[in-house]
Ligand binder design. Structure first.
Ligand code: ADP
Ligand code: MG
Length: 776
């Protein structure tokens, strides 16, 4: 391990490190797990050996001391060296977070990383997930007051700042995967710097106060304890009587419990690959620690010519690698851009595998991507018998966030999905784009963890040279509306002068402020309105919370909840290639002439009706009491298999995704709980008054509209772009004066998805600040 900058030598005596009273052994006695505690311990013991083999393990003492001694530390260590799983445990084991008000937050840009890593760490610690170790992601909180090591998405930590502006729960915040420079991590950088300064002052003030309070209380103590003595002490040289010293003890305790102790906030910025100097400069010269890992050489192979169809090329390369190398020589990892590509390749490989020679059977496909259900995520980590080989199909999640063991062959398609904001149409979109050189290097590195490996880049060397060195930070290319609302809601008014590591463009900031103003979240002077505060209460895009707010006025909250929940997941309907017609006919029964929004409302209504009519449907009733519990869902699912089967069958019959629908129901329940807490009657329904719901939808979606042109195309209101209705929409090939949509996707043309018909006149009602004077 090397340390740079304000380097300090590590092997100092313990008294220079953590004070004795904070050094305690790892003790989980207060875990609220009981029945299978010994099983948990056995598992933890088994994993200890694996932990000890990680490169980071031998540097434990030094890392802990270093973090103890410095306010902020930049820690750089190779992917797979054990940063994410081990460092929080080290800090916990060494007693840094044993006291009240003391937990560790570890942010992750990706939900899957937060859930799968926390599960692993819970096993390593020997605790149930949600007890000592937990996670929080949007719409799913698996943590408790006992949680000391909490993995959470950067977005969720940002939300916690709203309810706990100084993050007093946490003594240490680890900003993991900092190189990814996600929008929310970037905002957290600035916020945490500010919180750190405030906490330092607060902790100092509190210590002063406690000192003087103790002194004055002690002074008064003997007077307070005058009274009959119970016994006389002879053998104590101490001049105080026992009752006096007991009283002083009590006072000290009293002073302590009056206020929970406030600690300075420690920040650890962690990554496998970042511009450490830049981060150090930003964090006031924070010291940089380098932890070396193990990396074997990786041979890079490029294609001779560019590939038109990289999915096909990936398929061929997987099969070729499998046939040409020994099955037990190592597993294969393919990097793709997203779920659809992963599912297509999975199908192709499964199909081809059927025709493999007997000696080459045993090819097991293990996918990993953001929307993969939790119970299926572990497959990538499972060890297979030596005559089997794993082909992991992953998004860029496997680049640095999650290390999959056993890989020796990497196939890099050279693409990833990037969220970008198209200012011309005022809409965010997800685009498949070439990766940066730095990503390509990380991908290749995954082949060299257990031995020397090979990375097949499905592009030419010339194309590699043309890639950018690093990705552009999200803050410079994404829509800022949501984070600006968060900044304002957390009391940061000057969003232009905020301490950004790389400031966003003035025009992006202006766009966001204008949108928030149009949504009535800001007043004329740019201050947050009561409505803005209300909107920030929900873990939703401000556009969605505005719809929810308007629904109270329009008495259609139940429908608005349906919409907001349904728009938070991928499509609920599916249409298999070999059964298109049956799917089309099944979907028709839910279809509304007004378009896709009412279609999903119809679907949810029909499902609920079926659910209420079918006897003894346990899962959803239980979920209503505890909507966070995925486990409950699973257990209930097992307990009442027959009713769950019934619902699943209903979905299958109607070509509706049971998994996505269950997710929508859970999300709806959570938003509904939040709204109920704000005294909103969540049951108000407008029946089938379609216009009311669409006007209400427009109050948030007024930027996402297009008008019919004389030539039969639609033109977006923002940016005047030609927009086509996507073939998956019930509005496909239909003509109506104006449309509202949820998202735009670029393929060969600009397509609008989730589309409904609206009347142009509704716009000035829905967004008076923007369209008040327009007559459409
Ligand atoms: P880093 O953060 O430095 O990239 P991690 O702490 O994520 O490293 O990983 C350390 C090791 O733990 C890796 O070898 C990885 O394969 C293993 N690991 C992490 N999560 C799991 C899991 N869910 N199951 C099995 N092994 C895991
Ligand atoms: Mg990591």
């Amino acid at each position: 391990m090397k340390n740079k900058n304000k380097s300090e030598s590590f092997n100092k005596s313990k008294k220079n490190g953590i004070p004795k009273n904070e050094l305690t052994s790892n003790n989980h006695s207060s875990d609220n797990s009981n029945s299978n505690k010994s099983d948990l311990n056995i598992k933890s013991q088994k994993l200890l050996k694996q932990r000890q083999e990680l490169p980071i393990f031998s540097a434990k003492r030094e890392i802990v001391d270093y973090i103890y001694k410095n306010k902020t530390v930049i820690l750089v260590g190779e992917t797979g060296s054990g940063k994410t799983t081990q460092i929080p445990q080290f800090l916990y084991e060494e007693g840094l977070v044993r006291k009240n008000n003391c937990a560790i937050a570890i942010t992750q840009p990706r939900r899957v990383a937060a859930t799968s890593i926390s599960k692993r760490v819970a096993d390593e610690v020997g605790t149930k997930l949600g007890a000592r170790v937990g996670y929080t992601i949007r719409f799913d909180d698996c943590s408790s007051k006992y949680t000391k090591i909490k993995y959470l998405t950067d977005g969720m930590l940002l939300r916690e700042v709203l309810s706990d502006p100084l993050l007093l729960k946490y003594r240490i915040v680890i900003l993991d995967e900092a190189h990814e420079r996600t929008l929310r991590t970037d905002v957290l950088f600035g916020m945490l710097k500010e919180i750190q300064v405030k906490r330092e002052k607060l902790a100092k003030d509190q210590r002063e106060k406690m000192r003087s309070l103790k002194a004055s209380e002690m002074h008064k103590a003997p007077l307070n304890v005058r009274g009959p003595k119970t016994h006389v002490k002879f053998d104590n040289s101490d001049s105080e009587s026992e009752s006096e010293s007991d009283a002083k003890e009590a006072i000290i305790k009293k002073v302590k419990v009056q206020e929970d102790e406030i600690f300075e906030l420690k920040i650890v910025v962690m990554s496998a690959t970042l511009d450490a100097e830049k981060f150090s400069n930003y964090f006031n010269g924070a010291p940089i620690l380098y932890v070396s890992g193990r990396q074997y050489p990786v041979k890079i192979k490029y294609t001779y010519e560019p590939q038109n169809d990289y999915l096909d090329a990936a398929h061929l390369t997987v099969m070729q690698t499998h046939l040409e190398t020994n099955t037990d020589s190592g597993d294969i990892l393919v990097f793709l851009s997203g779920q659809e590509e992963i599912e297509s390749l999975e199908k192709l490989i499964r199909e081809t595998s059927k025709h493999l020679p007997k000696s080459k059977k045993g090819l097991v496909v293990a996918p990993i991507y953001a929307a993969l259900p939790q119970n299926l995520q572990n497959k990538v980590f499972e060890k297979l018998p030596s005559d089997h080989r794993k082909v992991v199909l992953a998004t860029n999640i496997a680049e640095t966030s999650i290390t999959i063991p056993g890989i020796r062959y990497v196939i890099d398609t050279g693409v990833h999905k990037v969220r970008g904001f198209d200012a011309r149409v005022g809409v965010e979109s997800l685009l498949v784009e070439p990766v940066s050189k730095s990503s390509a290097r990380q991908r290749a590195g995954r082949a060299g963890r257990i031995d020397s490996g090979v990375c097949y880049r499905l592009y030419t060397e010339n194309d590699f040279e043309k890639l950018t060195e690093d990705d552009v930070p999200e803050i410079m290319r994404r829509q800022l509306t949501s984070v600006i609302l968060m900044l304002k809601a957390s009391g940061i008014d000057d969003v232009i002068g905020f301490d950004y590591m790389d400031p966003p463009s003035k025009s992006a900031l202006k766009n966001a402020l204008l949108e928030l103003y149009s949504l009535e979240a800001l007043d004329d002077s740019g201050k947050l309105t009561d409505l803005g505060k209300w909107m920030a209460e929900f873990p939703l895009d401000p556009v969605y919370s505005k719809v929810l707010y308007e629904s109270i006025k329009h008495k259609c909250t139940s429908e608005a909840l349906d919409l907001v929940a349904a728009l938070s997941v991928d499509s609920l309907f599916y249409s298999p290639i070999d059964n298109r017609e049956a799917a089309f006919n099944a979907h028709k029964q839910f279809q509304s002439l007004n378009g896709d929004h009412w279609t999903v409302i119809n679907l949810l209504k029909a499902f609920n009706e079926y659910k209420n009519n079918s006897s003894k449907v346990v899962i959803f009733d239980q979920l209503e009491n505890d909507p966070d519990s995925f486990e409950l869902y699973e257990n209930a699912n097992n307990k009442d298999k027959s009713s769950s089967d019934k619902l699943e069958f209903w979905c299958k019959k109607n070509f509706v995704s049971f998994r996505n629908l269950s997710h929508v129901i859970r999300i709806r329940q959570q938003i509904s709980n939040l709204a109920s807490n704000l005294n909103i009657d969540v049951s108000t329904s407008c029946g089938d008054d379609t216009d009311t719901v669409l006007i209400c939808l427009l109050s948030g979606f007024f930027y996402k509209c297009a008008m019919l042109q004389p030539d039969g195309t639609y033109r977006s209101l923002t940016g005047s772009q030609t927009v086509h209705i996507h073939p998956t929409s019930s509005m496909f090939r239909k003509k109506t004066a104006a449309i509202v949509y949820d998202q735009l996707v670029f393929t060969n043309k600009l397509y609008a998805k989730s589309v409904s018909a609206i009347q142009p006149g509704w716009l000035s009602i829905a967004a008076p600040r923007l369209y008040g004077n327009n007559s459409f």
